[in-house]
Design a protein around this ligand. Sequence first.
Ligand code: HEC
Ligand code: HEC
Length: 223
Amino acid sequence: MKRPSFHRLRRHLAGLLLLVSTSPALAALSADDLAERIGVGDPTLGATKALAAGCVNCHGSGAASTSTPRLDGQLAGYTLAQIERFKAGQRSHPQIARNASTPSINDAEDIAAWFASAAPMHGNGAAANADVARLFEKGDRSRDVIACVSCHGVNGSGAISGSDSTPAIGGQSADYLRVRLRSWRAGPQNGAPINVMNLITKALGDAEIDALSAWLSQLQPAP
Ligand code: HEC
Ligand code: HEC
């Protein structure tokens, strides 16, 4: 990997400090954890680029439309992997096809870093559904459903293991979660390297997916 120049690093750090000072949740993280969530991009440059490329029109502070995913606080590694799939045509959606195919790979790193450095997406904290909470925390062995928390982290805050980022899903838009869980259930998705979500969602019924999506969207994850 190319080493960032000292100048670039210093600018990067200044940007981080600025963002962190406005986000108490991120300020609580160690510098290493923060760097891991943000990746190699420059969030300060990313802010300008996301504005110029129009990403913020749809993915601005929270989702403008409920079927548009929130990206605030999303792990940069995951966001970047999805942008690469849109660019490669492995993932597509009429609303985003044109937009995500434009940023160059360096721009995408910066844009992903900027989203990752925003205060994490969070719901209204009203999540209360014992059945769904159990599924999230413990899974269901009888149906081969692995506990969501084991990969997506406490309250769905997202998790990093080695070079793999499992997305944050707590506080995500309920409509988007519902659409995604149903499409995973229908078959392997869009160039995803592992098919785990297809295996996990196969056992879930419609009502269960709806309840799970509503519950997840109400969580308030800390990074
Ligand atoms: C016109 C609205 C619109 C614009 C502009 C837009 N997006 Fe999107 N984006 C969407 C929608 C809708 C989806 C959900 C696609 C799906 O359901 O598969 C999405 C999905 C995504 C995802 C996947 C998120 C996830 O959780 O899997 C990423 C990453 C993303 N967009 C990044 C970008 C970037 C970067 C830009 C700017 C270059 C951008 N988008 C511009 C509407 C938009
Ligand atoms: C073994 C690990 C693992 C488990 C267990 C798991 N997931 Fe996932 N999940 C993933 C990975 C990895 C992805 C990203 C796949 C990709 O690259 O597109 C993902 C993606 C998702 C997405 C799409 C997020 C987005 O922004 O588009 C949702 C929603 C989701 N999982 C919900 C769940 C729920 C609900 C459960 C429990 C019933 C669960 N997951 C259990 C690993 C897991």
